[in-house]
Design a protein around this ligand. Structure first.
Ligand code: 13P
Ligand code: SF4
Length: 327
């Protein structure tokens, strides 16, 4: 028996013993996706975390995703197998300059304050635009969600912004997702200056190069990419939106403008179709931290528990619930 198979068997045994469910984001390593009960995008994973029946959720993703699971399912034990798996974009906005650090569990390192934009905070931008609701991308900390009006993901941002009565809306923290919402809703969007380092470094020149190499391929792009990339794309959507599009499209060849972890499901679910990464180095190091060994350790020792305190959880849940109510 291969080492990997032995590891998987031990995970399955422990999972049954602990009445645990493994959720995995679409960017996780192939072997991690293989042991998961459900693999999906941020919206699908939030919905699962809210209605799943189990005692333990093992969240294979990054920390804001495990926080969302804790916010939505406070009665369950949420484990983040790699405690250092964070999303740098989520750390680009903080509530206030004297932000409370409640993450005191072993191994957690407070991320250095991002200078984005400089020492400006969520409370500052709210004060500057009184009356404008705050739409927080789920890629934010629990504290930021708690001080926002509604959350969104890459798959529902347009619907979320359109659901608001106000014509002026603050969108945090991803400037590219915010510009995408502005383009598609006609609302005045006040965008925070954050970005995803994996998607934001892709340029129109990369698109041109990929198009020359694969002239018959359809380009799918994630809305965390720059507008110059989104304008050139044939289809802009979330990771699971790409899976649906690839499945239903008549096209047989695609260029994939997102993190390369998605290639595994795309190829597995569409063996007759061809997929090329827009750039081979679209790799999120934080999403790749989780390994089978990390899952096994977390489940064996029941460590790396993510528990959002009630004073943050309750207002943060309001923002997530408001989003989840939108069909
Ligand atoms: P999705 O919700 O599209 O899966 O995206 C999450 C993410 O972190 C993208 O970088
Ligand atoms: Fe964050 Fe980008 Fe990684 Fe997604 S791909 S988790 S937005 S750094």
């Amino acid at each position: 028996m291969k080492d990997t198979d032995a590891l998987k068997d031990r995970i399955f045994d422990l999972k049954a013993k602990r009445n645990a469910i493994i959720l995995s984001h679409n960017y996780q390593r192939d072997e991690v996706q293989d042991v998961a009960d459900f693999v999906g995008d941020s919206l699908e994973l939030s919905r699962r975390a809210a209605d799943i029946d189990c005692d333990v959720i093992v969240f294979c993703g990054v920390n804001f995703m495990a926080e969302s699971a804790s916010i939505l399912s406070p009665g369950k034990t949420v484990l983040l197998p790699e405690i250092g798996a964070n999303c740098p974009m989520a750390d680009m906005i903080r509530v206030s300059s004297e932000r409370k650090v409640w993450k005191s569990f072993p191994g957690y390192k407070e991320q250095p304050a991002f200078a984005y934009p400089h020492d400006f905070t969520l409370r500052d931008i709210r004060a500057q635009y009184p009356g404008a609701p705050v739409v927080a991308y789920v890629n934010t900390t629990a504290e930021v969600k708690a001080e926002s009006d509604i959350c969104c993901t890459s798959s529902n941002v347009i619907k979320v912004v359109e659901s608001l009565q106000q014509e002026e809306v603050i969108c945090i923290p991803d400037k590219n997702l915010s510009m995408w919402a502005a383009k598609n809703t006609g609302k005045k969007i006040i965008a925070w200056d954050g970005f995803c380092h994996v998607h934001d470094r892709i340029t129109a020149a990369d698109v041109e190069k990929a198009g020359m190499e694969h002239p018959d391929a359809v380009l799918m792009a994630h809305p965390e990419c720059r507008m110059e990339v989104l304008k050139a794309a044939d289809y802009v959507t979330s990771t699971s939106g790409m899976l649906r599009f690839a499945r239903s499209s008549d096209a047989g060849e695609f260029i994939v403008g997102t993190e390369v972890g998605l290639m595994y499901r795309l190829r597995k679910e569409n063996p007759e179709k061809i997929f090329h990464p827009l750039r081979k180095d679209m790799i999120c190091p934080n999403m790749k931290k989780t390994r089978l060994e990390s899952i096994l350790t977390a489940l064996t020792k029941m460590v790396n528990i993510i528990k959002v305190p009630e004073d943050i959880r309750i207002p943060a849940k309001k923002s997530l619930d408001r989003m989840l109510e939108i069909k």
